[in-house]
Design a binder for this molecule. Structure first.
Ligand SMILES: [Zn+2]
Length: 386
């Protein structure tokens, strides 16, 4: 989403005020670390804030902002700063063409000078990409501004040799360099990397905000659909956008119809439905990201469908508890009441647990068909226990 990120101000990043305040505080006392880790859920504004910070760092004359102009900042007494937005550096950074702002991502390997590197699948951030696009330019003087900023997207995908190579740069940082790692899985980075970076935490976005933003970005959606997609996305705007593109709510309608007929006799058909639908959904993933294999795409698609399945059973629980204002399937109240009549509260809770376990097994590369068959039979049994 780089193109959407490059022209926002630091203060346009909503609902991440602790992160914004932490960075402003560090800048105010001239103690912004040369290495930062922005960590937290996917799609909540990490890249947006990193991009806005980069623009401020390469701007030679950042403007100072009055706290009164930024109501969300809360209690604040020191100065606040932001890119001026007008100087030649800002013009370029807004256009996404500033030579000292480097966005590092795994697809960059396609621009690597070595044909062998270009030919590989880019599922991880390889040492070749890190050497060529981070370590090499980090050792040079800034081309235009006063700082070089490297934003490393999906840092959890840094391969072990890449992490080791990066560690040396973090230990002895070249002058005028700031490296910002973005990750939703902090634990996949070496402790040695983490200990050399200043952590900046991000949190999930409110559902109403995600639904409203989704409508802004995709005005063709109805508010009801946007609301449902926001519920599935559970606080991640990027997920909501992706789910809208994939038509995940349509997959959900079909899945729910099948699940409503779930008894032992139909369990194999339900398992097959999920496997078949995952093929269609997986194809969309491959279209979006040419680097992933078909197997990986299908695994991710099954996980997405299991998430929908878990949402359904969570809604059955909420129906039992009378908390219908929090339903993901807000349009299916009647069907949920029928389901709640057949599935006791404890069984619905067990169902969510079993689905979560199945999801974890998928990560361990267990036999997919076996996982789905077992899950469908278990869910059928929980339904019958009524
Ligand atoms: Zn400027």
């Amino acid at each position: 989403m780089w193109w959407k990120c490059s022209n926002v101000s630091i203060f346009d990043v909503q609902h991440q005020w602790p992160a914004v305040r932490g960075l402003q505080r560090a800048m105010a006392v001239g103690r912004l670390s040369h290495a930062l880790i922005f960590h937290g859920p996917e799609g909540v504004g990490k890249e947006m804030l990193a991009s806005a910070l980069a623009r401020t760092l390469v701007c030679p004359s950042p403007r100072s902002v009055e706290p009164g102009e930024v109501p969300g900042i809360g209690e604040w007494s020191g100065p606040l700063q932001d890119a001026c937005g007008e100087c030649p550096d800002c013009v370029r950074s807004k256009a996404g063409t500033h030579p000292d702002v480097h966005l590092i991502h795994r697809q960059l390997k396609q621009l690597h000078p070595d044909a062998e590197v270009r030919a590989r699948k880019g599922l991880t951030l390889s040492i070749d990409v890190i050497r060529e696009f981070v370590i090499k330019p980090a050792g040079l003087r800034p081309m235009a501004g006063q700082m070089k900023v490297f934003i490393i997207r999906e840092a959890e995908l840094l391969a072990a040799p890449a992490q080791n190579a990066l560690l040396k740069t973090l230990e002895e940082p070249p002058p005028a360099t700031c490296i910002i790692l973005l990750t939703h899985a902090l634990d996949r980075l070496f402790p040695t990397i983490r200990s050399r970076c200043q952590p900046v935490g991000f949190r999930l976005l409110p559902h109403e905000f995600v639904a409203a933003k989704l409508l802004d970005l995709q005005p063709d959606l109805t508010p009801t659909r946007a609301g449902a997609l926001a519920q599935f996305a559970n606080g991640s705007l990027a997920h909501a956008v992706q789910y809208a593109e994939d038509g995940l709510d349509e997959f959900n309608s079909r899945l729910i119809t099948v699940v409503q007929s779930l008894v032992s006799a139909t369990a194999p058909a339900v398992a097959k439905h999920i496997a078949d639908e995952a093929k269609g959904l997986g194809e969309r993933y491959v279209e979006r990201d040419r680097e992933i294999t078909e197997t990986e795409a299908q695994r991710r698609a099954i996980k997405a469908l299991l998430l929908l399945l878990a949402s359904w059973y969570r809604d059955v629980m909420l129906t039992h508890l009378g908390a219908v204002d929090r339903l993901a399937n807000a349009g299916s109240v009647e069907a949920l009441q029928q389901a709640a009549a057949a599935i006791p509260l404890e069984s619905a809770a067990d169902a969510v647990q079993h689905i979560t376990t199945a999801e974890r097994q998928l990560d361990l590369n267990a036999n997919v068909q076996l996982i789905l068959d077992t899950l469908a039979i278990t869910l059928a049994r929980l339904g019958r226990a009524a």
